[in-house]
Design a protein around this ligand. Structure first.
Ligand SMILES: O=C(O)c1ccccc1N[C@@H]1O[C@H](COP(=O)(O)O)[C@@H](O)[C@H]1O
Length: 209
């Protein structure tokens, strides 16, 4: 098994470099202003400029206006769109780009329904439900709600850190894991040691599996 790693909510060039040199497969940039990790299109374009080939740049949006997504796409060379709000399948596919849909899990059957509703997504990201926030909460959820049978790649997110990611990978066997708060010193500022520990832990558990 080889579980991919996405480090999300990057705002500083040194954190981007650290994530790449530690072996991250994907880097996430948040285009959602209420988030403390939010970046402008210009800032993201500068952060992405030196990303090497085969490391994916992912743009995270929450219920954006279509014009805003188009504006970001014209300024930032994103490889993948991540919709983390209440976007419909029609909306997600309307940009003609590869996309994943994030859902916030709180009850049985929800993931199975999302697999059907978002069947042309490149993957489904499962995160914790929170009454007030769309994501980046640092909370995890009941992984027992995740079905073993999956028609598309599943990305596990929500409250992951180097302390629990080996258990997550072993139990859930996701295609990829996505982390933000668990590798931060404070919101929006990553901790290079935590990024390194997180990715090492994923690679370690994948090797032994
Ligand atoms: O990071 C944010 O601020 C954010 C805001 C709105 C929606 C999603 C957001 N981040 C994503 O949330 C999950 C879980 O994050 P965490 O590891 O629990 O902090 C992850 O996919 C982030 O990319």
């Amino acid at each position: 098994m080889s579980t991919r790693v996405k480090i999300c909510g990057l705002t500083r060039p040194e954190d981007v470099s650290a994530a790449i040199s530690c072996g991250a497969d994907a880097l996430g940039f948040v285009f959602y202003e209420p988030s403390p990790r939010s970046v402008s299109p210009g800032h993201a374009a500068a952060l992405i400029r030196d990303i090497p080939p085969f490391v994916q740049a992912v743009g995270l949006f929450v219920n954006p206006e279509p014009e805003f997504v188009e504006q970001v796409l014209s300024a930032v060379p994103l490889d993948l769109l991540q919709f983390h709000g209440d976007e419909t399948p029609e909306f997600c596919r309307s940009f003609g780009r590869r996309w994943i849909k994030a859902i916030r899990v709180r009850e049985e059957g929800q993931i199975e329904t999302a697999f059907q509703d978002y069947r042309d997504a490149a993957g489904l990201l499962v995160d914790a439900w929170d009454p007030d926030k769309y994501g980046g909460t640092g909370q995890s959820f009941n992984w027992q709600l995740i079905p073993e049978s999956r028609p598309m790649p599943l990305v596990l997110a929500g409250g992951l850190s180097s302390d629990n990611v080996s258990r997550a990978v072993t139990q859930v066997k996701p295609w990829a894991v996505d982390v933000s708060g668990g590798v931060e010193r404070r919101k929006g500022i990553k901790d290079i040691q935590k990024i390194s520990d997180f990715i090492k832990e994923v690679h370690r558990v994948c090797k032994t599996d």
